[in-house]
Design a protein around this ligand. Structure first.
Ligand code: FAD
Length: 446
C-alpha cells in the first residue's frame, strides 16, 4: 500500500481499494489533465477538503478552481472512512480545550464544530446527494465501569457550557435499548450526529463543485512545483497548471518531501476497517445493536463500529504502522477479535471486507487551516487526527474564505498558526510503536 512517509507519489489513477463502499460504485471515466491551463486557484487533492473548498470558492466567490487528484475522486480517506459525521476534530478533550484557550474560545470552537455538521447537511441537501444517511446518533461508550463517572462529568460540562443536547445513558438502558455488549457500562448519546456512505458523499461533493464551475482532473498527480513570476506552476503526469494561488488538500496522503510548507508538519497514521457479512435475524437480536447508531469506545486505542443499512457491522480501529504491512491478515483478525470480545454472541461472524487509510495526525492534536507563505499564495488544511468527515467539509469552506481574501473568519486557534513541525520527524514511527504498546497496557490494566 502507498506509504506517504517513504514514497514521493501516491500513484497515477490507482483504483479504489476493495472496500465495501467502492464495491457497488462505478469507477468514473478517467479525466486526466492533458496540456496546459491557467487558473486563479489550483487545489491539490479531491477529498472532502479539496472538493468543499472548490465548491465554496465557486458558489460564494465566483472563483472557478481547478482540482488535481492523483487517483480517483475520494480515493484517500474521504472514500475509505467509517462515515461518522461527528461534532469535532483533533484529539483534545473539552477539558483540555478549556484549560488551553479558556471558556470563551471553547464556546467558539464548539460553534464551529456544530457548523461543520450543518455544512455537511447543507451540501447533502443542495446536491440532493444520495449517501445513505443514517440518523441514529453517536454513542460514546465506557468500555469499563470505572470510566462511567468521567462520561457523566463530560455530559454535565457539555450541557451546561454549550447547551449540547447530549444525554447520559446508564448501563441497563444501554443494554436494553442500544446494544447488548459485554464492554458497555454507560454511554453518552449525541443525537444530532449521523452516518453516511463516505464515497457517495465525496462523489456528490465532486458533482456539486463541477456544476458550480470547478474543473476536476483525476489521474493527475502533482509531481513538481516551480515559481514563474507571480504564478505557481504545477506539473502533473501529462500537463501543467499555472495558478495564482495553490491549496494543498492532500492531508494524510501528502507525499514525502512534497513542499517545505507542509513537510514533517503532520504524521500519517493507518486506521483500518472490517465489514462483516450481513447478520442473521438471530445475530441481530443477540447483539441488540440499534440501527443507525454509531459507536466509539473510551479506549486510548479506540474501536468504532456501526450497523450498516444492510445489517453488516463495520468495525474499525488502529492499523499497521507501515504501509507495506497494511494488508497483512493479522490486522483484519485483530479487528474481528475485538468485535467478538465486545459481542461474544457474534463469534460465528465472517469478515467480507478489510481496508485501511492514512489519517493525518498533528503534533499538538488539532488541525490548522492556514496560509503557508508570506505572499498569501499557498494554503493548506490538515491534521484532523482521524476525525475529519464533518470538519474537512467545514475546513474547505474556511479555506475558500481565506483564499478569496474574505476577512470574516472567526477568531479560532486553527487559523492563527501553522502546524508545528515534528522535532524528530524520522523517529515518528518508533514513537507510534511505543504509543501503541503503552495504549494496549493502559486499556487492559488502567
Ligand atoms: C479507516 C478510516 C476511518 C475513518 N472514519 C472516520 C469517521 O467515521 N469520521 C470522521 O470524522 N473521520 C473519519 N476518518 C478521517 C476522515 O476520513 C478524514 O479526516 C477526511 O476524509 C480527510 O479528507 P481530506 O479531503 O482532507 O483528505 P483525503 O480524503 O485523504 O484526500 C487527499 C487526496 O489527496 C490526493 N493526493 C495526495 N497527493 C497528491 C498529489 N501529489 N497530487 C494530487 N493528488 C494528491 C490523494 O490521492 C487523496 O485522494 C477516517 C479515516 C480512515 C482512514
Amino acid at each position: 500500500m502507498y506509504d506517504p512517509l517513504t514514497t514521493s507519489s501516491p500513484g497515477i489513477g490507482e483504483p479504489y481499494p476493495e472496500s465495501y463502499w467502492a464495491k457497488n460504485v462505478q469507477t468514473p471515466t478517467p479525466n486526466p489533465l492533458i496540456g496546459h491551463i491557467d487558473t486563479p486557484v489550483a487545489i491539490i487533492g479531491a477529498g472532502y477538503t479539496g472538493l468543499s473548498c472548490a465548491w465554496h470558492l465557486a458558489k460564494n466567490y465566483q472563483i472557478p478552481a481547478v482540482v488535481l487528484e492523483a487517483n480517483q475522486i475520494g480515493w484517500g480517506c474521504s472514500g475509505r472512512n467509517a462515515g461518522f459525521v461527528l461534532n469535532g476534530t483533533g484529539r483534545l478533550s473539552w477539558t483540555q480545550i478549556q484549560s488551553q484557550w479558556g471558556a470563551h474560545t471553547a464556546n467558539r470552537l464548539y460553534a464551529e464544530y456544530r457548523q461543520g455538521i450543518d455544512t455537511v447537511t447543507d451540501l447533502i441537501e443542495q446536491g440532493k446527494i444520495a449517501c445513505d444517511k443514517q440518523t441514529g446518533g453517536y454513542l460514546k461508550v465506557a468500555h469499563k465501569a470505572s470510566l462511567v463517572s468521567g462520561l457523566q462529568q463530560q455530559a454535565g460540562l457539555l450541557q451546561q457550557q454549550f447547551q449540547d443536547p447530549v444525554r447520559f445513558i446508564d448501563a441497563k438502558t444501554l443494554q436494553q435499548q442500544y446494544l447488548n455488549s459485554e464492554e458497555a457500562h454507560g454511554a453518552l448519546l449525541f443525537p444530532y450526529c449521523f452516518g453516511i456512505q463516505p464515497l457517495k458523499l465525496a462523489r456528490g461533493y465532486a458533482q456539486l463543485a463541477c456544476e458550480q464551475g470547478a474543473q476536476l482532473y483525476s489521474h493527475s498527480p502533482v509531481t513538481q512545483w516551480h515559481k514563474d513570476k507571480d504564478k505557481t506552476v504545477l506539473t502533473t503526469s501529462e500537463g501543467t497548471v499555472s495558478a495564482d494561488k495553490v491549496v494543498i488538500a492532500t492531508n494524510g496522503y501528502t507525499p514525502r518531501q512534497f513542499h517545505p510548507g507542509v513537510d514533517n508538519r503532520h504524521f500519517p497514521v493507518l486506521s483500518s476497517v472490517i465489514v462483516t457479512e450481513p447478520l442473521t435475524d438471530q445475530q441481530l437480536k443477540a447483539c441488540g445493536l440499534k440501527a443507525g447508531l454509531m459507536v466509539m469506545d473510551t479506549r486510548s486505542l479506540k474501536y468504532y463500529y456501526r450497523l450498516l443499512p444492510d445489517n453488516r457491522i463495520l468495525f474499525g480501529g488502529r492499523g499497521a504502522i507501515r504501509g507495506k504491512d497494511a494488508n497483512h491478515p493479522c490486522y483484519r483478525q485483530r479487528l474481528l477479535g475485538a468485535l467478538i470480545q465486545s459481542f461474544p454472541q457474534l463469534r460465528e461472524l465472517q469478515v467480507a471486507h478489510f481496508w485501511s487509510g492514512w489519517v493525518s495526525v498533528s503534533l499538538d492534536d488539532y488541525p490548522r487551516i492556514c496560509q503557508a507563505d508570506e505572499a498569501g499564495n499557498l494554503f493548506y488544511s490538515m491534521g484532523y487526527c482521524g476525525s475529519g468527515v464533518s470538519f474537512s467539509t467545514q475546513a474547505g469552506k474556511r479555506l475558500a474564505q481565506r483564499v478569496a481574501g474574505d476577512n470574516t473568519l472567526p477568531d479560532l486557534p486553527f487559523f492563527q498558526s501553522p502546524l508545528p513541525r515534528f522535532p524528530l520527524a524520522r523517529a515518528r514511527r518508533v514513537g507510534l510503536w511505543a504509543f501503541y504498546h503503552f495504549g494496549r497496557l493502559k486499556d487492559r490494566f488502567g
